[in-house]
Design a protein around this ligand. Structure first.
Ligand SMILES: [Zn+2]
Length: 343
């Protein structure tokens, strides 16, 4: 009797497993780029030398380590918005100076008020559907007289957004603009507790219920110890938590355009580092928005004044930026929106 019950259970289990794997196969098959040459055309404008220029600027001493609420960070925010102005990428109508003020009361004690910087390209067919590309703009400031440059953390993410924004704007100028709106979001106060992104998601400029996905970039210019013999990698964290489709879109983007090793080590819920909870995408995830976090892992200069621009691997930063660009392209140009479900 016991044996029979056990076999029946195994049978039921394997049936549902088959159905599940069929669903996954069908999902994977439904994801494809029918315009890969067009994607490639704009993807190829993302280049390591431009990324280097941006990382060097953002991490330079004149911004004094970009501590939230301090002059250096205010100045880098001004540099960021001027970049969008120079490309003629617009500010939200309700925040025409590109700034969302984050008041002192939303920040930890002893930190002055600050701002998120927001620019966007309006979608041609579904302008009320939004895809965010986010990266924090702040860092640790000056500690014991030493400037914390934060070239990787998060000059790399900021530079990546700049290059993608330029490429999407070029596409837009050529009449190949995104169907959905793409929002470039540079959040403040990440280092002091993810406050800029929390303030944004509590006070969204564009309706959160129309948000398709948030792609967060925080440190993508370096190589960690685990990959010192195989540098072509990126950690992908959280993409399968809210939407199964997002997880496979990233794989399709990767196999079509860059072929990095997608490392899911830190995506395990049991991972003691808990990176999923430690950067700005998390505040979108708690609002049930499909998110992904791209990350290179920690390295010997992480949160040290030695995280400088000369140590960034710019060719690798270029490849990783291309992967993210191709992912965002799929989300923004697909005839149907991302399916926000787990299968
Ligand atoms: Zn960071």
């Amino acid at each position: 009797m016991k044996f029979l019950i056990a076999s029946a259970l195994v049978l039921v289990g394997s049936c549902s497993t088959i159905r599940h794997s069929e669903k996954i196969d069908n999902l994977k098959e439904s994801i494809s780029y029918d315009n890969a040459n067009t994607v490639e055309q704009y993807l190829s404008t993302i280049n390591s030398e431009q990324l280097r220029t941006y990382v060097e600027e953002i991490s330079s001493d004149k911004y004094e380590g970009r501590m939230t609420g301090e002059k250096g960070h205010d100045n880098v925010c001004d540099y960021i918005r001027n970049y969008y102005k120079s490309l003629n990428i617009k500010a939200p109508e309700s925040h025409s100076n590109y700034y969302q003020k984050v008041p002192k009361k939303a920040l930890p004690e002893n930190i002055n008020d600050s701002q998120n910087v927001i620019a966007y390209i309006e979608g041609s067919e579904f302008p009320d559907e939004y895809i965010y590309i986010a990266a924090h703009s702040d860092h640790e400031g000056i500690i014991d007289g030493e400037i914390y440059s934060g070239a990787d953390d998060n000059g790399s993410g900021t530079a990546a957004i700049f290059e993608m924004a330029e490429a999407f704007k070029m596409a837009s100028n050529d009449g190949n603009g995104p169907k959905r709106s793409i929002v470039f979001l540079h959040v403040t106060a990440e280092e002091v507790g993810l406050h800029g992104s929390r303030y944004y998601t509590d006070n969204p400029i564009f309706p959160l219920e129309n948000t398709i996905s948030t792609i967060n970039i925080d440190m993508i210019g370096r190589v960690d110890e685990r990959h010192k013999d195989n540098e072509d990698y990126i950690y992908v964290i959280g993409a399968d938590r809210i939407s199964t489709e997002l997880h496979y879109i990233i794989q399709e983007a990767n196999s079509n355009f860059v072929n990095l090793d997608l490392d899911y080590k830190y995506n395990e819920d049991s991972d003691p580092n808990r990176y999923f909870y430690r950067s700005d995408h998390y505040n979108f995830a708690v609002k049930d928005i499909p998110v992904v976090f791209f990350f290179n892992g920690e390295h010997e200069d992480y949160t040290k004044p030695t995280d400088t621009a000369d140590k960034i691997n710019y060719l690798l930063l270029e490849k990783r930026t291309k992967l993210i660009f191709a992912t965002v392209w799929y989300l923004a140009y697909s005839p149907t929106p991302l399916n926000p479900e787990i299968i």
